[in-house]
Design a protein around this ligand. Structure first.
Ligand SMILES: [Zn+2]
Length: 208
């Protein structure tokens, strides 16, 4: 009687190991985490905010805009650090384009500032202006230094748009999508399922 009971217990443990633990070991483990807005996520994107001057440090609403968009898509946008670089000579940054054309010496100088930024984490630089001035965000970056530049005081959903580029996305056609180029017709704008799947393959999509 005693032996039978032990076997039964052993069997159920094997079942648990094979059906639950075994499956988990076969694929990367993505635990869930909850972002500041209460969204339950299974990935996180860790960003470090670097304003070139104190006066350009972002408000919480900028970060919130990123969390509003990424949270429902399952990504917790986690702010690892915020700092002012105190580098007024980097207030205005010349670029070749939002994505194309490679990086300029201005971008090289800006992206050298990577205090606290760990592997597979991104830096977000807040500047006074981009040249050409029609651009409000840029997502091209020097090799091995993933990040983006945002103009202070721009529309808040430019931040998640540029993070989306850094996560590997291109532009979208529909005006309700985060990756649409023009003004969004629905706020907060959304990511489509295929975009979410693509971002999950990025090395910047971290386990919670
Ligand atoms: Zn874009």
């Amino acid at each position: 009687m005693e032996i039978t009971r032990r076997r039964a217990v052993g069997k159920s443990l094997n079942f648990l190991a094979g059906g639950f633990l075994g499956t988990k070991l076969a694929v990367p483990v993505y635990a869930s985490c909850v972002d500041n807005l209460g969204n339950v996520c299974d990935r996180k994107i860790r960003v470090h905010i670097k304003a070139v001057e104190d006066s350009l440090l972002p408000t919480d609403s900028l970060i919130k805009a990123a969390q509003e968009v990424f949270g429902p898509a399952g990504f917790n946008v986690e702010v690892g650090s915020q700092e002012s670089l105190n580098r007024p000579e980097l207030r205005d940054i010349a670029v070749n384009g939002e994505l194309e054309g490679g990086v300029t010496p201005d971008q090289e100088a800006l992206f050298k500032n990577r205090n606290n930024v760990g592997p597979n984490e991104m830096a977000i630089y807040i500047v006074n202006s981009l040249v050409p001035a029609t651009l409000r965000g840029v997502a091209s970056y020097p090799d091995g230094k993933p990040g983006a530049i945002i103009v202070s005081g721009g529309l808040p959903y430019i931040l998640p748009h540029e993070i989306g580029h850094v996560m590997g996305l291109g532009h979208a056609q529909a005006s309700d999508q985060v990756m649409f180029v023009g003004p969004h017709t629905i706020l907060p704008p959304i990511f489509k399922a295929n975009e979410i799947d693509k971002m999950k393959t990025s090395s910047l999509a971290l386990s919670c």
